[in-house]
Ligand binder design. Structure first.
Ligand code: GDD
Length: 315
C-alpha cells in the first residue's frame, strides 16, 4: 500500500510516517519548501507547492498512484490565524481545492482514499447543553482558523457528493506530543520549564488564558485514528477524533510544573498570548469513530506531558 502525506515535514506527519511504516506502508511525502532532511521511514519527499499549479499535482499523482492521501499540509495555529488571515485561507482552503481538483483530474480519482484534516475549532461557539460535541453540532466558528477548517469540511463533503471522490474528513480536537512546535500551549509551557531547569530563563513562566478547557489527545493516538479511518471510515463522513475529557489549561500548567525539577516557578500572564476570542470550554464525542473503527485513545495526559517535557529537555 502506498500512502502520500502532504505537509510531510510537519509535527503530525512525522508521527504518522512512523506509524504507517510500522504497518508496512510505503510512505511518500510532499512539502512546500525544499527539505534537505529525509525523515526516518519516508521513501521520498517531493517539493511541491500545492498553492501553485494543479497540473504539477496531477502529474505527481499520475506518477505516484497513491492508494491513500493524508492531506496534512496547512496552517495549524489558531493564534497565528488572527494576524495572518489570507495566508491561513491560502494554506487551508486554496491548497485543499487544488489538491482535490488535481485528484479529480488524475488517474487515481476513483481509487484513492483521501483524509482531509479539519478541527474542533470548526464548531466554534457551542451551547453547554450540547457537550460533548458530536459531528452533528452546527458549525459556528469564532476564529479565522476555524472558518478555514469549516470550509475544508464543506469542500470534502461537496467533492464527495458532486464528484464521488472517496474522502473522509476528520475533526481532531487538541493534539499534543513530543515534536510539536512552540506556539501551541503544551510546547510553550514545557519549553519554558526546560529552559528554567537549565538556568537559561529566570523562574518565571509566561502564559495566556488559563481558564479555557480543551480536549487533549496524544498525537500517537491521533495518527492511529487516521490510519484506521482511511481503511474503515465511510467516504463522505466526518469524524471527531478526541478523548471525550475536558482538561483546563491551568491543570496542564500545574501538571507540567509538578513534573519539573524546579518548584518555585512564578506564573505571569502575558497579554500578547491572549486572543480576540477564545471559546472557554470544549470536549468532543468520539462515538462515531469508535463505532466504525474501534479506535479509542490509549495514552494518558500525564504520560504525554512527561514525554513533551523530556523532548524540550533534550533540545
Ligand atoms: N498556544 C498557547 N500558548 N496557548 C495558550 C497559552 C500559551 O502560552 N496559554 C494559554 N493558552 C490557551 C489558548 O488561549 C487556548 O485556549 C488553549 O491554551 C489551547 O491553545 P493552543 O495549544 O494554541 O491550541 P488551540 O486550541 O488554539 O488549537 C489547537 O487545537 C485545534 C483543535 O482544537 C491546534 O492544534 C489546532 O491546529 C487544532 O485544530
Amino acid at each position: 500500500m502506498r500512502a502520500l502525506i502532504t505537509g510531510a515535514t510537519g509535527f503530525v506527519a512525522k508521527h504518522l510516517t512512523k506509524h504507517l511504516t510500522n504497518l508496512g506502508f510505503e510512505v511518500w511525502g510532499t512539502t512546500r519548501k525544499s527539505s534537505p532532511v529525509l525523515f526516518k521511514g519516508i521513501h521520498h519527499i517531493q517539493t511541491l507547492d500545492l498553492n501553485t499549479s494543479i497540473e504539477q499535482i496531477v502529474s505527481y499523482l499520475n506518477f505516484l498512484k497513491p492508494d491513500y492521501i493524508f492531506h496534512l499540509a496547512g496552517q495549524s495555529s489558531v493564534k497565528k490565524s488572527w494576524d495572518n488571515k489570507i495566508e491561513t485561507f491560502e494554506a487551508n482552503v486554496v491548497m485543499t481545492i487544488n489538491l482535490l481538483e488535481a485528484v479529480r483530474g488524475s488517474i487515481v480519482a476513483e481509487s484513492v482514499k483521501i483524509l482531509t484534516v479539519g478541527s474542533s475549532e470548526e464548531y466554534g461557539e457551542v451551547n453547554l447543553e450540547n457537550m460533548p460535541i458530536s459531528e452533528k453540532n452546527p458549525l459556528r466558528p469564532i476564529s479565522p482558523y476555524g472558518i478555514s477548517k469549516a470550509t475544508v469540511s464543506m469542500l470534502a463533503e461537496q467533492y464527495h457528493r458532486s464528484y464521488s471522490l472517496n474522502i473522509v474528513h476528520v475533526r481532531p480536537f487538541n493534539h499534543i506530543g513530543p515534536g510539536q512546535d512552540v506556539g501551541f500551549v503544551t510546547s510553550d509551557f514545557a519549553k519554558q520549564i526546560a529552559e528554567i531547569e537549565e538556568g537559561k530563563q529566570t523562574p518565571i513562566i509566561k502564559v495566556g488564558n488559563l481558564d479555557a478547557k480543551r480536549d487533549f489527545t496524544d498525537v500517537r493516538d491521533i495518527v492511529q485514528a487516521y490510519a484506521l479511518l482511511v481503511a474503515h471510515g465511510q467516504s463522505g463522513k466526518i469524524y471527531n477524533v478526541c478523548s471525550k475529557k475536558p482538561t483546563s489549561i491551568q491543570e496542564i500548567l500545574e501538571k507540567l510544573i509538578n513534573l519539573s525539577r524546579c518548584q518555585n516557578i512564578e506564573i505571569h500572564r502575558d497579554l500578547s498570548k491572549m486572543r480576540p476570542s477564545d471559546f472557554p470550554y470544549y470536549y468532543g464525542d468520539s462515538s462515531e469513530i469508535s463505532l466504525h473503527t474501534g479506535w479509542s485513545p490509549k495514552m494518558s495526559i500525564d504520560d504525554s506531558l512527561k514525554d513533551i517535557l523530556d523532548h524540550w529537555r533534550l533540545r
